[in-house]
Design a protein around this ligand. Structure first.
Ligand code: MTE
Ligand code: MO
Length: 423
């Protein structure tokens, strides 16, 4: 139907230049064949909602009941692990780059503590000139900064590493342990400055007030660089699920180190070797040695539409879109393939390319109705290129579980069904 669309890679990828104007004007065509001509509408009637005033304003907003199918996906309760588990962000239903607070992924090791901020303190002690205890109301008076950053659990996408058969799943079930928010808080350097870090200190041990007593050791250099004590998430106080009243936020690093319900920061010479940096959150290599303190999250992207378990219902133009991010910097480039990686085209980066934040990409694609394998490949500002699954397995083996950032392949079958495949 569209003759003047510039094909830029195999199997129907169209130049990103056509993203907005698809060149249909004058051809008498619309993007999908389902769009009706207005005069073809049967008996144009004024709907009931236009005939009388609706309810007025409210104290706290709710979404449309027609959007309520967009939900976090949580695992069921586990009696052996009370409060433990995760819920995943519905990536295939979201647009842009900011995750709404109610849909931010969650990962709890012992559930959500019901903290009364008036009774909560943040203690800074250890190798400091003066140990300090901050109350919530004290912290609200400190100068704050706002930064947009992704947060990703290092276990995200881990199911794709192991096994010979690709797990059947959605963008949410396979990759939903990543979200992105505007975090507002106090630079940790400000608080450490007041406590007065002693010259022998090298690490900061952060501990949470939940029943898991989550602890992680943060190198002092990172703590003084860009770590914050976050009090706000997308403009409102951090949600209980995300660490109310305060959490550590460590940009670009594995989610586990961003300790929620933060209650203690202890300056030490050595890392504290907490349970969650010895028994877990280490990466076992094929020779059974384990890497420890593998902090930054890899350069990664995933196509969120079309994606796993969706179905394309008619031939024609689709907009391929997805998200890309890197713990090493900003996203510089995302390439998309529709033929399983034989040919690639540059996608349009449709958001500011913020350091360690999600970047949205888009590219138009004409589906001819046949088989296709859709992939995306991100490049970051440090020059890292997202590797294939095979390259990761060749390098690190399959004994580890964390930090999987390989290229995702979605196969579109003849009938339009989309499935996760290993390609
Ligand atoms: N105190 C405490 N902090 C914690 C956790 C926890 O269970 N307790 N989970 C960690 C893990 S494994 C991750 S991935 C992130 C998840 O943050 P979120 O629930 O806000 O998405 O919090 C980290 N901080
Ligand atoms: Mo995590």
């Amino acid at each position: 139907m569209q003759k003047n669309l510039e094909k830029v890679a195999g199997n129907g990828l169209i130049s990103r230049r056509h993203l907005l104007g698809l060149g249909l004007a004058g051809a008498g065509a619309t993007l999908t064949s389902q769009v009706l001509a207005a005069d073809a509408l049967p008996n144009l009637q004024i709907p009931g909602w236009s005939k009388q005033p609706g309810p007025g304003s409210s104290a706290y907003g709710e979404r449309s009941p027609h959007a309520e199918h967009i939900q976090r996906m949580a695992g069921g309760p586990n009696p052996l692990y009370p409060g433990g588990g995760a819920s995943r962000s519905p990536l295939q239903h979201l647009q842009g780059t900011i995750t709404p607070n109610a849909l931010h992924f969650e990962r709890h090791h012992a559930g959500i503590p019901a903290i009364d901020p008036a009774k909560h303190t943040l203690v800074i002690n250890g190798l400091v000139r003066q140990p300090l205890a901050f109350r919530y109301e004290d912290l609200l008076r400190y100068p704050m900064v706002s930064r947009i950053h992704f947060l990703e659990c290092s276990g995200n996408s881990g199911a794709l590493l192991r096994g010979d058969n690709p797990p059947d799943g959605t963008a949410q079930s396979l990759h939903g342990l990543v979200s992105c928010a505007e975090w507002t808080g106090i630079p940790l350097s400000t608080l450490l400055d007041e406590a007065g870090v002693q010259p022998t200190a090298r690490w900061v041990s952060a501990v949470g007030a939940d029943a898991a007593s989550m602890g992680r050791s943060v190198p002092l250099s990172k703590a003084l660089d860009d770590v914050m004590v976050a009090l706000y998430q997308n403009g409102e106080p951090v949600r209980p699920e995300q660490g109310y009243p305060m959490r550590l936020f460590v940009p670009g690093w594995e989610g586990n180190i961003s300790v929620k319900w933060l209650t203690q920061l202890k300056l030490t010479t050595e890392p504290s070797q907490f349970r969650d940096e010895t028994s877990k959150y280490t990466d076992t290599l094929p020779d059974r040695q384990s890497l420890q303190f593998t902090f930054p999250m890899g350069c990664k992207s995933v196509i969120t539409s079309p994606s796993g378990q969706m179905s394309l219902d008619s031939q024609g133009i689709y907009q391929i879109t997805g998200i890309a991010w890197s713990g090493h910097g900003s996203i510089q480039r995302v390439e998309v393939s529709a033929d399983g990686g034989r040919s690639w085209a540059d996608a349009h980066l449709d958001s500011p390319q913020i350091d360690r934040s999600l970047t949205r990409f888009r590219i138009p694609w004409e589906w001819s109705g046949g088989g296709a394998i859709l992939q995306s490949r991100a490049t970051d500002s440090a020059g890292n290129v997202q590797p294939t699954r095979t390259a990761i397995i060749n390098e690190r083996g399959t004994l580890g579980f964390y930090h999987f950032h390989g290229i995702q392949s979605w196969a579109v079958a003849n009938g339009g069904e989309v499935r996760n495949v290993f390609a």
